[in-house]
Design a protein around this ligand. Structure first.
Ligand code: SF4
Ligand code: SF4
Ligand code: SF4
Ligand code: FES
Length: 566
């Protein structure tokens, strides 16, 4: 069909919204609450446009195009009402921009600047609203919420429904449901347009530690010099998203620059968590073989802590199916400290795409038998972006450095852990290599399901991402426990590349680009498969009897969710 936007004739497709057509045609319509992956709530009214023949301005994100429509996106009237709507949004968004990790990428703030909005024109209606913390992973500043409902939708989509919209004194507000439990996936964060949700910030603690250690520019607090060995470890998917924090191209790996940047701010060593992903592959594929022998299938992957918590809270009858193998960041932290000359003074900082990993490092079950915790801090990609900017690192212009050894040698399969299907592919491939002495080079991770046979036993694998989809598969398995034998579950849509700790914006479209970039990057490595990584095999041989380094246990979690006011 033909429509006109700002007098320009445009070909539009049936079913498209005005905003979608405008985006495709490169015509700017500002928007805020619209997120491509969730139901359109059309609540912020920033995307309003004028349509010939309509009395009122309409929102471009929720209005479908019609034949012959004539749309104006920036008349004086539209701009005036848009500005007014922005001012009204700020009346329910407490302004604390200087301390916000969302700044400078904050869309709300940049719109305010663009429209010359008086942020404080109206009194902050939500000034007295509380700041809440869910577990030790997620912070919710309800005084910043603009009531768009995106977080509620995202949480419902995850089948968790921990957040609900409630009516109070003629207004709506978002509240946690005290009878449910948050799984810390962080999907509310990446769907919130107002910075009302964020992960619990550990960047200031890390910055302070580094300042103390380096005895140079003190950013946060003056403290006596200490002698800690500060070691960073980088999760696979971070490679292709960290650049976005510095406005670099989406999906292009910036691994070497990240290593250099962390060294520049004082890291003593920077390791690749993919190294431990290779160790995870060895242990988890052993579990798969054992369970195959004992006929104790299906086996579920264990490296996503939000997924593990989802089962512990909502499907405890499946706890026994989760592999006991620890996640790569936990194995890696434990192994790093094991090999450290001074483990008591070694501080392990993980750089993760994930908010649930902040909860994971606090799980008591993961303390090592010598009483040490494997990982001390978890920073999201956004937090690392903040830290590097705050330290004045010129990230795009850095030279590249390599990961430190002995934990720098990784396989392509291990780097593939960052995308949905990567863990399953690596484990199945390793089973074949060790049991059948065969190499499978096929990209299993591209398939939803994969049928094969190992040592004469037929097995069917399945990959699932997103907890809504995970719940569906669990329901299927309740009906037919033999439907799948090995299932990879990842809480975030598309796996860790779509994690709650990734840069904002994150969407399924952006995840596709990150996925492609990560798989291309993986193939540049020295080894394709785990069994080719001699360095990993050597370390595994040395430590294989240390069950506390490689395995854990799970238990049913119930009772009210830990919600604290902060
Ligand atoms: S917290 Fe964020 S996503 Fe949730 S309703 Fe408020 S503004 Fe929207
Ligand atoms: S972290 Fe996940 S489970 Fe928790 S409130 Fe956000 S979307 Fe819901
Ligand atoms: S899918 Fe990845 S980023 Fe998301 S919760 Fe799981 S481990 Fe974290
Ligand atoms: S972006 Fe359209 S109403 Fe918010």
């Amino acid at each position: 069909m033909k429509i006109k936007i700002n007098k320009k004739e445009i070909e539009a497709r049936e079913g498209e919204t005005i905003l979608e057509v405008a985006k495709r045609e490169g015509i700017k319509i500002p928007f805020l609450c619209n997120h491509p992956d969730i139901c359109v709530t059309g609540s912020c009214r920033i995307c309003i446009v004028e349509v010939k023949g309509k009395e009122r301005y309409i929102s471009a994100c929720s209005t479908k195009v019609e034949e012959g429509m004539e749309i104006e996106t920036k008349t004086k009237g539209v701009e005036k009402v848009r500005r007014m709507n922005l001012e009204l949004l700020f009346s329910q968004h407490k302004e604390e921009c200087d301390d916000c990790v969302w700044n400078p990428g904050c869309k709300l703030l940049s719109l305010a600047r663009e429209y010359g909005v008086e942020i404080n024109r109206f009194e902050d209606r939500k000034d007295h609203y509380p700041d809440l913390r869910f577990g030790e992973a997620i912070d919710f500043q309800s005084s910043k919420c603009i009531d768009c409902r995106n977080c509620v939708e995202a949480c419902d989509e995850q089948n968790v429904s921990f957040l609900k919209m409630e009516e109070k004194n003629d207004y709506y507000e978002v509240n946690p449901d005290k009878d449910r439990g948050c799984v810390y996936c962080g999907q509310c964060i990446i769907h919130c347009p107002a910075g009302s949700f964020e992960s619990v910030g550990e960047f200031e603690g890390v910055a302070k530690l580094m300042d103390e250690n380096n005895d140079k520019e003190i950013v946060f607090q003056i403290a006596p010099n200490n002698d800690k060995e500060i070691v960073f470890q980088i999760a696979p998917s971070v490679r292709v998203s960290i650049g976005e924090e510095f406005k670099m191209e989406t999906g292009v790996a910036q691994t070497g620059k990240l290593v250099s940047a962390l060294k520049e701010i004082g890291a003593d060593a920077v390791y690749d968590v993919s190294f431990a992903a290779d160790l995870t592959t060895i242990e988890e594929s052993n579990e798969l073989v054992e369970r195959l022998k004992e006929d104790k299938l299906p086996l579920f992957t264990s490296c996503c802590p939000a997924w593990v918590r989802f089962v512990e809270l909502y499907y405890p009858e499946f706890i026994e199916n989760i592999a006991t193998t620890r996640s790569p960041q936990i194995i890696s932290g434990g192994v790093i400290k094991e090999f450290s000359k001074d483990p008591e003074n070694t501080v392990v900082v993980s750089v993760m795409p994930c908010t649930a990993k902040k909860h994971e490092i606090k799980r008591e079950e993961l303390t090592l038998k010598n009483g040490r915790v494997p990982v001390d801090y978890v920073l999201t990609v956004r937090e690392v972006g903040w830290l590097l900017r705050r330290k004045g690192v010129d990230f795009p212009n850095l030279k590249e450095s390599s990961f430190d050894n002995p934990f720098g040698e990784v396989s392509a399969d291990a780097v593939g852990y960052g995308v949905s299907g990567g863990v399953m592919e690596a484990a199945v491939r390793h089973v074949f290599a060790t049991v059948e002495d065969k190499e499978i080079c096929e990209r299993i991770k591209e398939r939803e399901e994969f049928d094969t046979s190992v040592a004469g036993n037929k097995i069917r694998t399945k990959k699932v991402s997103g907890l809504g989809n995970s719940a569906k598969v669990l329901e299927e398995l309740k009906e037919d426990p033999h439907r799948y034998d090995y299932v990879e579950f990842m809480a975030c849509p598309d796996g860790c590349i779509g994690g709650g700790g990734q840069p904002i914006p994150t969407s399924r479209e952006i995840n596709k680009i990150r996925r492609k970039g990560l798989l291309e990057e993986a193939e540049k490595g020295k080894h394709c498969f785990t069994f080719q990584n001699e360095s990993v095999k050597k370390i595994h041989k040395e430590l294989k009897d240390r069950r506390d380094l490689f395995h854990t246990h799970y238990s049913k979690k119930d009772g009210p969710q830990e919600i604290t006011e902060i």
